[in-house]
Design a protein around this ligand. Structure first.
Ligand code: 6YU
Length: 497
């Protein structure tokens, strides 16, 4: 029966924790989590810069509303500001876009006039919305969102902005390049040229104005962990290989750890990040993943998005400003990649979000940078990054004495257990790839013991991939798969009375 079933969960991120929580509640007695690192939470990771609490990983609850399990848990645990709990806040539907007060600075050291660039913002937003709605249409002239955006923007500029003076038209195109870089961060991709146009609408947003955890996102994982039996997680226990079988005789899965320890289980739930799977699938599964699953692991996108927190003694931005964009005036070709990563990686940083409220965070900005430029940034020393940021801000503001107090950055690509930030639907992807990724082993139609290996984690959610709520739901989904499996077979194990 289910009480005796041995379940091993690989990875103690939110998906692994959610799976364990549900299985334990349902009466499974032999559940354990093996975690490679010394901590739980995975990509939910709260850090400090000085005495300020900052998020190294997940930042917001995307779409805090009743259908969002992260919102409901956070509310239950009392982790949210009163503002976030208001019904008005939950009802606001911004379709995943950021309704913030922006400021634009340019590489010639001036602040840009909002009216000059408003048409560029409007056009970009329209085209992004069009990309999301594209899915249902037949015939696909656009391989990627990047191809589509570039072609549409250039056509629009030639037709609709032909009477606008040359300098303003050029500036608007530079603004669009900046917005493309924002979109790269949102999608966790190197370039929008790698993101599927046909599947762009697969990702769904929830209503509610995105909110943060004033005491840190880790409050969520810690509260969930406190409800699990002590000793359920083994830390510093990387799993090297999952030996499942396609033969009928073997009834169990054997999990082999890096330290040589071997564990036997009836079911294994794999929650490692897609980036890790891409890199290690060939050694991690024995026998190897079936081809259709392997191809989906390869096709699905998993890119890098990093943060660079920068603290100042005093602000150089206005009190009402919520986001600062840096527009390069040599980027009117509508680009989201830099020509030479080593010399100009900093051009990929789209700008900064301002941490609010000031009473809580002081004068703290969060810079965002995606892609290979971000991966290169990770290899530089903190001093090199500080110097590049200082130069950048001085140039764009025209103020030669601005000096950060200190910085703190994330390095998700070089994190050996993550290998990037989060997933996206790459060129050539469809919902089928997500289905393939979440399909348990052995695959449907096999005659061997069912549900030997199950797959959860952010990248396996069919419409909320790349988010914490998506990850939670996948953990629950796989727990439910086991629960219903046993509830179906249990009656036959007892004599009928
Ligand atoms: C969200 C947000 N947010 C910013 C940044 C990052 C992410 N996300 P885990 O990796 O947590 O757990 C796996 C564990 O496995 C881990 O502990 C490993 O150590 C362990 N492991 C690995 N190998 C192992 C082995 N061999 N043996 C044993 N253990 C092993 N999500 O909701 N709001 O603001 C952000 C953000 C910088 C890096 C985010 C955000 C993503 C979440 O962090 C992430 O999905 C979950 O935490 C993953 O949990 P998990 O359990 O699956 O894995 C139109 C269109 C748009 C498309 N997307 C738009 C959405 C926007 C996405 N936005 C994200 C933005 C930010 C800023």
């Amino acid at each position: 029966g289910h009480r005796d079933a041995k379940v091993v969960i690989i990875g103690c991120g939110i998906a692994g924790i959610a799976a364990a929580q549900k299985l334990v509640k349902a009466g499974f007695h032999h559940v354990r989590i093996l975690e490679a690192t010394g901590r739980s939470g995975g990509r939910i990771k709260t850090g400090r810069i000085g005495d300020k609490i900052v998020e190294i990983g997940a930042n917001w609850i995307h779409g805090p509303c009743e259908e969002n399990p992260v919102f409901c848990l956070a509310r239950q645990y009392g982790l949210l500001d009163p503002e976030a709990l208001k019904p008005e806040n939950q009802a606001l539907d911004v379709g995943g876009h950021l309704p913030w007060v922006p400021r634009f600075f340019s590489s010639s050291g001036r602040e840009l006039n909002a009216e000059d660039i408003l048409p560029a913002q409007k056009l970009f937003l329209e085209l992004i919305n069009e990309s999301s709605d594209f899915q249902s249409q037949r015939g696909e002239p656009w391989p990627s969102v990047g191809d589509f955006l570039r072609a549409q923007v250039q056509q629009h500029a030639a037709e609709k902005w032909k009477d606008v003076d040359e300098a303003t038209r050029s500036l608007r195109l530079c603004v669009i390049s900046n917005m493309l870089k924002v979109e790269c961060c949102v999608n966790g991709t190197h370039t929008m040229d790698e993101v599927s146009m046909g599947a762009f609408g697969v990702y769904k947003t929830l209503p509610g104005l995105d909110c943060t955890f004033p005491g840190g996102y880790e409050g969520l994982t810690q509260n969930l962990m406190a409800e699990l039996p002590a000793g359920l997680v083994t830390y510093n226990k990387p799993v090297r290989c999952v030996n499942w079988t396609s033969a009928k005789s073997a009834e169990t899965v054997m999990v082999e750890c890096d330290d040589g320890q071997k564990l036997v289980a009836d079911h294994v739930i794999v929650t490692v990040p897609l980036g890790y799977l891409k890199k290690h699938h060939s050694t991690m599964f024995h026998p190897p993943l079936p081809l259709h699953k392997l191809h989906s692991v390869q096709r699905l996108g998993f890119g890098t998005n990093n943060k660079i927190f920068v603290e100042f003694d005093s602000p150089w931005w206005d009190a009402d400003c919520e986001v600062i964009f840096f527009v390069w005036e040599d980027e009117d070709a509508v680009v989201d990649q830099v020509p030479d990563v080593q010399s100009s990686w900093i051009k990929k940083l789209f700008g900064f979000t301002v941490l609010k409220p000031t009473e809580r965070y002081g004068h703290l900005l969060c810079g965002w940078i995606s892609g290979h430029e971000s991966e290169y940034m990770e290899t530089l020393s903190e001093q090199q990054v500080t110097d590049a940021i200082t130069q950048l801000i001085r140039r764009f503001t025209g103020n030669p004495i601005i000096t950060p107090r200190r910085i703190l950055r994330s390095q998700w690509f070089h994190d050996p257990w993550t290998c990037g930030s989060y997933s996206n639907l790459g060129k050539g992807c469809s919902e089928q790839d997500l289905d393939n990724l979440m399909e348990p082993l052995p695959p449907k139609g096999s005659k061997s013991q069912p549900l030997q290996v199950l797959f959860a984690g952010e990248a396996t959610h069919h419409c909320y991939f790349s988010t914490v709520h998506g990850a939670v739901l996948t953990g629950w989904r796989e727990a439910d798969r086991l629960i219903s499996h046993y509830s179906l077979i249990t009656p036959s194990e007892f004599p009928k009375s």
